[in-house]
Every structure is written in structure tokens, then in C-alpha cells.
Design a protein around this ligand. Structure first.
Ligand SMILES: [Zn+2]
Length: 185
């Protein structure tokens, strides 16, 4: 079986990993955007098992993977049987994509993931630069050039942070391109 024939990622997205794991008898509690519970793969005294963004990870035994990995590991079964656990007995019912289309979707998903991570990282970075910048202007003595640069720069950072705080993905994407250059996109 090859990923280039069947859109396995579509299956993973259609089946909520949290629900599948809960249905397997693992108790999960919501902690912010994650779910935690006792790991089913080792004797877990503290909840070490974390589920987030369609994946699981255990901080105790380091088992990790997606919903199909979970089922294969839990039942000690192969890929096809794991699919059967999700109610997929017949791969003919699974969306078929060409290799090229599959690669395109994979690249897009990876890009979106990177973009979302950048949003979080860059917001934190900007917040810090703005705070430090304001404080420096108040408390430090600079030469005029540096003072001017910093005075000009802070509003730019503040504007960027405002963009990142909106839900406007188009503006955010433009910002991403201008900050990171077009090489990545
Ligand atoms: Zn574990």
C-alpha cells in the first residue's frame, strides 16, 4: 500500500484521535489545547500521555504517532486492521489521490503548520522587542541615530503585532512574506 494511492491523511483528519483514544478506554482530560491521560503503553503513575493536533506523545515511554499508529500499537495489529478499527473495511471507499496531488496537499499542510507556528513565535518575539524597546528609550542613553531607529521601529513592531492579533490570514501571510522573504513560499 502506498500513500500516493490513498489519501491516508484524509482518514486521519476525519477520525478525531481524541475520540478514538477515549473509545479505546484511555481516560483523557482537557488541558488547554491538549488532552492528557495515563499512557496505555507503559505503567504510567503520572499522566504522561499527551494528545494534540491529531497526534499523541508519551513523555514516559516516548511512544508517538497519529491515530493509525495508536491503533496499530494498542492492538498490535497491522495497518489494514487499524483501518478496520476505524470502520474502514474497504479501501475502495477511501478517497484516492494521485501522487502529485498527495504531495501538493502534504506541502500545503506543512506550510500551514509552519505558518501557525510562526504566528505564535513572532508574536512573542514582537511583544518582547516592544517592551524592551520602550524601556530602553526611557532608561538608556543612546546616540541619536540609534534612538531614532528605535523610535521608528517600535511603531512598526506594534503594527505587526496588531496584524498578528487579528483573524486576517491574508494580512498575516503578507507580513510573513515580507519578514521571511519570498524564498520560503
Ligand atoms: Zn508511555
Amino acid at each position: 500500500m502506498s500513500n500516493t494511492q490513498f489519501d491516508i491523511s484524509a482518514i486521519k483528519e476525519l477520525h478525531d484521535i481524541v475520540q478514538v483514544i477515549k473509545n479505546s478506554g484511555v481516560e483523557l482530560k482537557k488541558r488547554g489545547s491538549r488532552y492528557v491521560g495515563n499512557c496505555p503503553f507503559h505503567r504510567d503513575e503520572v499522566p504522561s500521555f499527551v494528545v494534540y493536533e491529531n497526534r499523541f506523545y508519551c513523555f514516559g515511554c516516548h511512544e508517538r504517532g497519529d491515530v493509525l499508529d495508536f491503533l496499530m500499537k494498542l492492538h498490535g495489529c497491522d495497518f489494514k486492521t487499524a483501518l478496520a478499527h476505524l470502520g474502514i473495511d474497504n479501501l475502495q471507499n477511501v478517497p484516492v489521490v494521485t501522487g502529485q496531488e498527495y504531495e501538493k496537499r502534504k506541502i500545503k499542510r506543512e506550510l500551514v503548520r509552519k505558518f501557525r507556528q510562526w504566528e505564535v513565535d513572532y508574536s512573542t518575539e514582537l511583544g518582547l522587542m516592544i517592551r524592551v524597546g520602550h524601556k530602553a528609550l526611557k532608561t538608556l542613553s543612546f546616540d541619536d541615530d540609534l534612538r531614532k531607529w528605535l523610535s521608528d521601529q517600535i511603531p512598526v513592531w506594534e503594527y505587526r503585532l496588531e496584524i498578528l492579533a487579528t483573524r486576517n490570514d491574508r494580512l498575516k501571510f503578507e507580513l510573513w512574506r515580507s519578514v521571511n522573504g519570498s524564498a520560503e513560499v
